[in-house]
Design a protein around this ligand. Structure first.
Ligand SMILES: N[C@@H](CCC(=O)N[C@@H](CS)C(=O)NCC(=O)O)C(=O)O
Length: 361
């Protein structure tokens, strides 16, 4: 999203300081190391927004053939790129951030109706979340049947994947959708705007405050860029399969719809969230496109509570264990080992979470 601001400021031939995906660098080219001279940025940007342009190699050529334009690496522009990067970092440190969501934030907050801990109109909440689910219907509900069969044989990865993300982020959504389809559980480290805990870690570890950010302790890989992450997950844990049809391309078509319909829920840190991290991670049985589970994930995000996401999509191998522990395969189902409480019903879970972890004075 940084590219759009550069593009708006720049005209025909300009320096682009945003990060670009680079396979040789296992993720993003570090913009502090290279400036990019770009022709026809507005056109290129539109392609990038639609997820059509994602990869550039070190010669500066876009890898996807349908893109005719070229990026030429010009190290002489380094100083200028450095300056822009520094400005961006300073703005982020002030709590700004440069994503489109940052501009949308105040509007969403206004529409969002304030205090997430206050009693809610359950009908409105579930209807809006239901519409959000409709907009993402092909993704994030159904588990890939072949993958489930394989997963039954090999099980979950020996160490849980770690995902740094926030619920309202459409790019993070596509990663969570992939996790559901691949029947993968993961540790989720919510990084709402205003985060007191996890954002700093991402900045220190990966060098940038950008989400989603994946760490796979099984392979030692860590990466930014949702399209890279989704492709990696399918390759590594989907026996080399290609991401399911439309998943990569859909982010900017309907990926924003849940964010808008939910008026930015799952984006900002709740001001009264406890700054203490509970000693044990909560566990949430969920699947990405479940309208009730979404409401609970929003609350976990606003409270910046790390949790184990147990994806139990339609057809998931995990549904049997859910049936055993909960007596039903209904999601969401929350287990809190810190208090010994476990419960179903999104309304009850949300009330419990804010009462237990959102009462800092
Ligand atoms: N191309 C990236 C875009 C990621 C992105 O723009 N993420 C936004 C959130 S939606 C972000 O990290 N913004 C910075 C922030 O929230 O501070 C991807 O696909 O992962």
């Amino acid at each position: 999203m940084e590219i759009v601001q550069r593009a708006a400021l720049s005209s025909h031939h300009t320096t682009l300081s945003s990060g670009l995906d680079c396979p040789r660098h296992n993720g993003r080219i570090n913009q502090r190391n290279a400036g990019f001279s770009v022709r026809e940025i507005p056109y290129r940007y539109r392609l990038n927004v639609l997820g059509l342009v994602t990869d550039a190699d070190m010669s500066g050529r876009w890898q996807k053939k349908k893109v005719r334009h070229r990026v030429i690496a010009t190290r002489s522009r380094k100083t200028e790129a450095d300056k822009v990067q520094q400005e961006e970092n300073e703005e982020r440190e002030k709590g700004g951030g440069s994503s489109f969501l940052t501009f949308l934030c105040p509007l969403l907050k206004l529409l969002g109706g304030g205090d997430p801990a206050a009693p809610r109109n359950v009908f409105v909440e579930t209807t809006m979340s239901g519409l959000a689910s409709l907009s993402r219907l092909p993704w994030g509900s159904q588990v890939n049947a072949e993958v489930v069969a394989e997963r039954a044989a090999v099980g979950q990865p020996s160490q849980l994947l770690q995902v740094y993300e926030f619920e309202a982020c459409p790019f993070c959504r596509r990663v969570r959708e992939a996790l559901t389809e691949l029947d993968l559980s993961a540790e989720i480290y919510p990084c709402p705007k205003g985060s007191l805990k996890h954002r700093e870690f991402v900045k220190m570890n990966g060098g940038q405050e950008q989400f989603p950010y994946l760490i796979d302790p099984n392979t030692g890989v860590s990466m930014y860029e949702s399209s890279e992450i989704v492709s990696y997950l399918f390759k590594q844990y989907g026996s080399g399969r290609k991401p399911s049809p439309g998943l990569l391309e859909s982010t900017l078509v309907t990926g924003w719809v849940p964010t808008l319909l939910r008026a930015g829920r799952g984006m900002m840190l709740y001001p009264k969230a406890s700054s203490e991290t509970p000693p044990q991670k909560l566990e949430l049985y969920s699947y990405e496109n479940n309208q009730f589970a979404r409401l609970v994930r929003e609350a976990l995000c606003e409270l910046e509570l790390p949790y184990i996401l147990r994806n139990a999509g339609k057809g998931s191998a995990l549904r049997d264990s859910l049936l055993k522990i909960a007596g039903s395969t209904q999601v969401p189902y929350l287990v809190d080992p810190n208090t010994g409480r476990s419960m179903a019903e999104s309304k009850d879970i949300i009330a419990y979470l804010f009462a237990t972890y959102g009462s800092k004075n």
